[in-house]
Design a binder for this molecule. Structure first.
Ligand SMILES: *[C@@H]1O[C@H](CO)[C@@H](O)[C@H](O)[C@H]1NC(C)=O
Ligand SMILES: *[C@@H]1O[C@H](CO)[C@@H](O)[C@H](O)[C@H]1NC(C)=O
Ligand SMILES: *[C@@H]1O[C@H](CO)[C@@H](O)[C@H](O)[C@H]1NC(C)=O
Ligand SMILES: *[C@@H]1O[C@H](CO)[C@@H](O)[C@H](O)[C@H]1NC(C)=O
Ligand SMILES: *[C@@H]1O[C@H](CO)[C@@H](O)[C@H](O)[C@H]1NC(C)=O
Length: 850
């Protein structure tokens, strides 16, 4: 369409200076309405919301579209302009002695008609010729219009309804000014609203033209910048076929979004809304931009239901005192002054004028309507008929007239528009040029009858705010309820009373509109392949990781000494674990240890008490006492293993035990050696006899113990065991344990004991059948067998258990091997001493021994 205009201008500039054939392009019969005056204000308005475009055959000149669907609400804008002109004319202060007139065109939502109207207005002839002013007596100094940005793009003067922000661009639209806020702010407001309600997944419907394209892109970018996603962006237009509309309806119906941003003049969406109703898609919440006029008269009742709950932006308005009375006083008898007043009457009272032309053809149902009489009274109908609750656009048309009037006033009185600017040229009421007026309009602050002075900024916009309204269809009436306000001047924030919003029948609360539900803490959002970023799956964090916010993008690992709680939304300190006296296993082991300790003490006591009896004398008493005492200590050693590892206990644990236990084993070894020596000595009268004294056992015990002490000493000196906290063994626990330092030492000490035990075992095995003495060899063999099997199985158990169980295993090993020694070597003797004293006689023993 703009290309068409450019072509038109090009054509005319070629023919400049030759009025005539080049300029009489078409003889369009534009419906124009005018009122004479010294100075005229042109207007291009939407009054009918539709047009019928005759299919061009190109065999004759194409006819312009003809209008249909008279809209009272839009007609109100025209009346607002006329009302303002009347006020200016009546005002003694503004343009005294000069009468303003107007010349208006109905663009019927047709861009073609909008251009034609503007051209006709400026050139003054029926044949629009740009650049030629053929008005005979008065000049059109400027144009007010159009309501819709798409229609203003081709004409560009002061607009009362075009909000497209591109029109602020003064290079492309040097002479465009507007009295409604630019889209720029409403785009911000729309994105804010979407963010405010937490919608992350919304649909968008925009009108299929430049205005929709540009606005849609800006809004989409804003929504996406705020982290939300646009599920679909569909275009819609009045001229779409049913199939195209059906496609959009299907997309809306199938989509999971509950919220749709609507950026389109209402007329383009009418059919779509009806189709949505027919398909029972009535629960989507629309967020409408200011270009979507919430004018109930335009929509059907079906659409009302679909629009129920809509949140809309409307440019905020001021008061128009006297306007309602003005509307009430309209009468068809003054149809010369008020264009289309008869059409209003037909619409308001469902009647037709006798002899009046009927829109449509002769079979139109309008033929059967009663005749209008002119007696009907408009007064009571005004508030509902003209939708007086929302004066937007009418008020802005009203402002536009004042802007022109004030500029003209200054121009004609030769007043400088502002202190800094030049006087420019002074005007003559009879010969005012639009460019002179434009110069003044841009710079002159104007003041409607009420309120503060208003001035255009450098972009030709006026400071303005938006009201946020909520559509509530209650009791069959269409209510626009103000729920908030967006004032870019006052801090860019939205004031909103969410509690007064009524959504629709499905949603009593703010409707959710997201692709995926929020991920709770403890999970992270994994984007879905090939879908917008707002669509994701919530995946629980892996073991050991947490998220403590909703919708976290990734999990993070807890610090080393912390571990996630059950919900994985917090790191909590890890449980510290060691074998303690407080827990059942610790208590059980401690009690067992004490019991064995007491048993050993008891046996020691018995041996002390009965040390004179033959059976105890027959054994090597000294070695038995050493063995018993060392076993007692062995049991006590176990107690160091229980309890929290400390720098004190860790070095002692293994070494003390190893030393004490090697005393035991070496005593056993000494015992075995003594058995052999005793046998050899008695049998063969050999020089071995002299070894029968306590020398050998003492030496053996001392040597072995010293060796073990040596190894342990080296261990303690070179790499002593130390307590440590081990976080690696179990992920959610801190294990407090003794690190063995150089573990080689541990195995060397263990190996040394093993070596002693093996030697004892083989010696005892060899001596097992030796007669001649009270033979302990069998018992020793058996006890060493027990000892070896315990410690051989200990090593794999030691290596394969963790934490406190390693310690328990070692305690078990100590207990088992010590108890084995105790049981094998001492219990039989105790049995004889205590229960069979008859066998505890010298004769018996000698007999036994020999
Ligand atoms: C208006 O016209 C009257 C009479 O023609 C004249 O006396 C008066 O000065 C004019 N006022 C202005 C402001 O031009
Ligand atoms: C007249 O209009 C009606 C609908 O308003 C339409 O159905 C009919 O086809 C039209 N007839 C002619 C002759 O245009
Ligand atoms: C709706 O209308 C009914 C009667 O038509 C009336 O009783 C009721 O109070 C109205 N409710 C509201 C909320 O206006
Ligand atoms: C509009 O929504 C309100 C709830 O917010 C509900 O009470 C009312 O019935 C709805 N109107 C229609 C026509 O569905
Ligand atoms: C989440 O955890 C991080 C790191 O532990 C911490 O800095 C942050 O304050 C936590 N946030 C909340 C909301 O708990």
């Amino acid at each position: 369409m703009r290309r068409f205009l450019q072509a038109l201008l090009l054509l005319c500039s070629l023919g400049e200076g030759h009025p005539g054939p080049a300029c009489s392009l078409q003889s369009w019969d534009m419906d124009s309405f005018s009122q004479p005056g010294d100075v005229l204000i042109g207007g291009v308005f939407v009054i009918h919301s539709g047009f019928v475009f005759p299919r061009p055959t190109f065999q004759e000149m194409p006819q312009p579209a003809s209008c249909k669907d008279f809209q009272t609400r839009y007609y109100r804008d025209v009346l607002g302009l006329i009302f303002a002109i009347d006020e200016v004319n009546r005002s003694p202060d503004l343009l005294p002695n000069i009468t303003l007139g107007f010349r208006l065109f109905d663009s019927c939502m047709s861009e073609l008609r909008a251009i034609g109207g503007a051209l006709t207005a400026m050139s003054g002839k029926r044949n629009p010729a740009p650049g030629y002013d053929c008005h005979e007596h008065s000049h059109v100094v400027g144009i007010v219009g159009d309501l819709v940005s798409a229609l203003s793009l081709p004409i560009a003067r002061i607009s009362h309804g075009s909000t497209l922000s591109a029109l602020s661009n003064k290079i492309n639209f040097p002479s465009f000014l507007r009295t409604v806020p630019s889209n720029m702010f409403q785009n911000t407001a729309l994105t804010r609203l979407v963010g405010l309600f937490g919608w992350t997944y919304v649909g968008m419907l925009v009108v299929d033209n430049d205005a929709g394209e540009q606005g849609g892109q800006v809004i989409q970018a804003g929504i996406e910048k705020a982290g939300s996603c646009v599920a679909f962006l569909e275009k819609i237009h009045l001229s779409y076929s049913m199939a195209q509309i059906q496609r959009v309806v299907d997309i809306i119906r199938k989509s999971s979004v509950n919220v749709i941003v609507l950026h389109s003049p209402e007329v383009h969406v009418k059919v779509l809304l009806d189709s949505l109703y027919d398909e029972e898609v009535t629960h989507k919440v629309f967020i409408s931009s200011a270009s979507f006029g919430l004018t109930p008269g335009v929509f059907s009742r079906k659409s009302w239901k679909v629009l129920n709950g809509t949140i809309g932006l409307i440019p905020s308005t001021g008061a128009m005192p006297g306007f309602e009375e003005f509307l009430g006083s309209l009468h068809p008898s003054r149809y010369n002054k008020y264009p289309l007043i008869r059409a209003l009457w037909e619409k308001a009272f469902s009647c037709r004028w006798p002899g009046g032309e009927i829109q449509g053809n002769k079979t139109d149902p309008a033929v059967f309507l009663p005749l209008c009489t002119g007696e009907e009274d408009l007064g009571g109908l005004v508030p509902s008929l003209f939708e007086m609750k929302d004066l937007s656009y009418t008020y802005h048309a009203y402002l536009a007239v004042f802007a022109y009037a004030q500029a003209l006033h200054s121009l004609l009185l030769c007043q400088a528009p502002t202190e800094k600017s030049h006087y420019g040229t002074c005007g003559d009421a009879r010969d005012t040029q639009p460019w002179q007026v434009l110069n003044y309009v841009k710079r002159t602050p104007f003041r409607p009858n009420t309120g503060e002075p208003i001035a255009f900024n450098a972009d030709g916009d006026i400071p303005a705010a938006y009201e946020i309204v909520n559509v509530q269809i209650l009791n069959g009436s269409f209510n626009l309820v103000k729920v908030g306000r967006f004032d870019p001047e006052a801090g860019d924030s939205i004031l909103l009373d969410i509690s007064s919003i009524r959504w629709n029948e499905r949603f009593s609360q703010v409707p959710p509109s997201m692709c995926s539900t929020n991920c709770r803490p403890g999970s992270w959002k994994a984007p879905r392949r090939g879908q917008p970023i707002c669509c994701y799956d919530c995946i629980p964090c892996p073991l050991g990781d947490i998220t403590n916010t909703t919708d976290a993008a990734e999990c993070f690992t807890c610090p080393r000494d912390e571990w996630p709680n059950e919900e994985q939304n917090m790191c909590v300190p890890k449980v510290i674990e060691f074998l303690s006296y407080q827990e059942p296993l610790g208590i059980f082991l401690a009690i067992t240890v004490i019991i064995f300790f007491l048993i050993t003490l008891a046996i020691l006591f018995i041996f002390m008490k009965y040390r004179g009896t033959p059976i105890i004398r027959a054994t090597n008493r000294e070695l038995s006492f050493i063995l018993l005492v060392s076993l007692t200590l062995c049991f006590l050693c176990c107690l160091i293993f229980i309890g929290s590892p400390s720098p004190m206990t860790c070095p002692l644990r293994q070494t003390l035990f190893m030393v004490v236990f090697s005393i035991s084993i070496s005593s056993v070894l000494a015992k075995t050696i003594m058995v052999i020596v005793a046998f050899k000595a008695t049998k063969m009268h050999s020089p071995l006899r002299k070894w029968l004294g306590p020398k050998i056992p003492r030496t053996v015990v001392a040597l072995c113990t010293t060796a073990q002490v040596g190894i342990c000493g080296a261990w303690l000196l070179l790499s002593p065991p130390f307590p440590q906290v081990n976080a690696e063994i179990e992920k959610h626990k801190l294990i407090r344990e003794c690190h063995e330092g150089q573990s080689l030492f541990f195995y060397v000490t263990l190996g040394f004991m093993g070596f002693l035990a093996m030697v004892s075992f083989f010696a005892a095995f060899l001596a097992r059948n030796l007669p001649g003495s009270y033979n302990e060899a069998k018992l020793i063999t058996f006890s060493m067998l027990v000892f070896c099997s315990v410690w051989v199985s200990f090593i794999p158990a030691h290596l394969s258990t963790k934490g406190k169980y390693t310690v328990s295993v070692q305690i078990f090993a100590i207990l088992a091997s010590s108890a084995g020694l105790l049981a094998c070597i001492f219990l039989p003797k105790c049995y004889i001493v205590l229960l069979r004293p008859d066998r505890n006689s010298r004769g018996r023993i000698t007999k036994l021994v020999t």
